[in-house]
Ligand binder design. Structure first.
Ligand code: ASP
Ligand code: MG
Length: 408
């Protein structure tokens, strides 16, 4: 008998019919002879609605009380799903995160799981139950309720799969799996059958909103196979797993577009040791994430430095950069919000050459200028003008033969 963890997101349990559909799917897995642990998110937009309610009362809510509030969402779904499974004459029991001993640190609204006590779940499974656990929540050692950050039910599911040594963890959502590109931008994007943890982490950080990043990190660390599947049909979905030799045959697994970054350029920065350290130390101190950095030495005694930050941190970044520019007597400072970042990702890049050249050629064909380039072992990213992102994505997708389902 196998133990399987199934996680259903908010949209999969948005109304009564969908809850009943989830119940039927869970029961099917149970009746096929498996032990099943189900993790559910709050119904539909419940979490957002609860946040809106709180915001109507205060602009500065206590994080402890926000956790008390938001954790109620998942408690509703687990109980309703248990009732729906009972209606199908199958034994099921629901628990909150704290009840099953999901122990976290003390950081309210973004707590990290420290430990999962499996005793109660195992006992309930042994008694023949489908066990339903509220996602996104836990408790501190001091019995305070915590939540794991938005989208944290994925994390609950992967952590439970690890703790219970489940055969795999299924993440049910409203898409068919992970695609070679966002199908809304690239209509002939194909579903990927198997992808490595590293590739999916790159794609997630590149703006492909597929799964909660930390849950994939946990999956990778403990080697938990994760299936991303559509809750409304039986399709196979995408398997996220450790890297296999076969994956290296595919040079590019996916392409992604991110439009959430802005480019800052400092012109004529003194070209001497310690300058870059000073600029980026100040940004780090202000807790600002920097993504790409480019510096090019010129013939003179000065250099230009460009880097990107997230648009939502720009208003925090600019005063810091302005102040540093003044101190360093930088000639000119510009900020460009009209940029986009296109990226290709694939573990096959480790063993194949010429990928960057092909990507640049695809952009050239579309007369798209490259402003910045950065690479890692399994990724190449280019910053280009905003507004050309979709064109760029489509052409690069075509260049690597991703649309036809045939991979080169
Ligand atoms: N309900 C929480 C949220 O909306 C957790 C989750 O959906 O995974 O962020
Ligand atoms: Mg949700």
């Amino acid at each position: 008998m196998s133990l399987i963890v199934q996680k259903f997101g908010g949209s999969s349990v948005a109304n009564v019919e969908r809850i009943q559909r989830v119940a039927r799917r869970v029961v099917k897995t149970r009746q096929a002879g498996n032990q099943v642990v189900v993790v559910v998110s709050a119904l539909g937009d419940t979490t957002d609605d609860l946040i809106t309610l709180a915001e109507q009362i205060t602009k500065k809510p206590s994080e402890r009380e926000m956790d008390m509030l938001l954790s109620t969402g998942e408690q509703v779904s687990v109980a309703l799903l248990a009732l729906a499974i009972h209606e199908l004459n199958v034994k099921a029991i629901s628990f909150t995160g704290p009840q099953v001993g999901i122990i976290t640190d003390k950081f309210h609204t973004k707590a990290r799981i420290l430990n999962v006590n499996t005793v109660r779940i195992r006992k309930a499974l042994k008694e023949g139950n489908v066990v339903i656990v509220a996602g996104f929540q836990g408790k501190t050692e001091g019995e305070e309720i915590t939540t794991l950050g938005r989208g944290g039910s994925d994390l609950t599911a992967v952590a439970l799969a690890k703790a219970l040594k489940a055969k795999f963890c299924e993440i049910y959502t409203d898409v068919d799996g992970i695609f070679t590109a966002d199908p809304r931008l690239v209509p002939d994007a194909q579903k990927i059958q198997q992808i490595s943890y590293d590739e999916i982490l790159e794609l997630a950080s590149l703006g492909a909103k597929v799964m909660h990043s930390r849950s994939i990190e946990v999956g990778k660390k403990f080697n938990v196979p994760i299936y991303v599947r559509n809750s409304s049909h039986e399709g196979e979905g995408t398997l996220i797993t450790k890297e296999t030799k076969k994956m290296e045959d595919v040079v590019v697994s996916g392409v992604a577009l991110a439009e959430d970054e802005a480019k800052i350029t400092m012109f004529s920065v003194p070209d001497k040791p310690g300058v870059a350290a000073e600029i980026f130390a100040k940004l780090a101190k202000a807790n600002i994430n920097v993504d790409m950095i480019i510096q090019n030495k010129t013939q003179t005694h000065s250099t230009d430095i460009s880097f990107t930050v997230f648009k939502n941190e720009l208003s925090k970044a600019m005063p810091v950069v302005r102040q540093t520019a003044k101190e360093l007597k930088v000639a000119q400072l510009t900020c460009d919000e009209k940029v986009a970042k296109v990226s290709v990702v694939g573990v096959g890049m480790r063993s194949h050459s010429g990928i960057a050249a092909r990507m640049f050629a695809a952009l050239a064909r579309k007369k798209i200028n490259i402003q910045m380039i950065s690479t890692s072992e399994i990724k190449i990213s280019c910053v280009i003008e905003a507004g050309r992102g979709k064109d760029a994505l489509k052409e690069i997708h075509k260049e690597f033969g991703l649309g036809s389902g045939k991979k080169v």
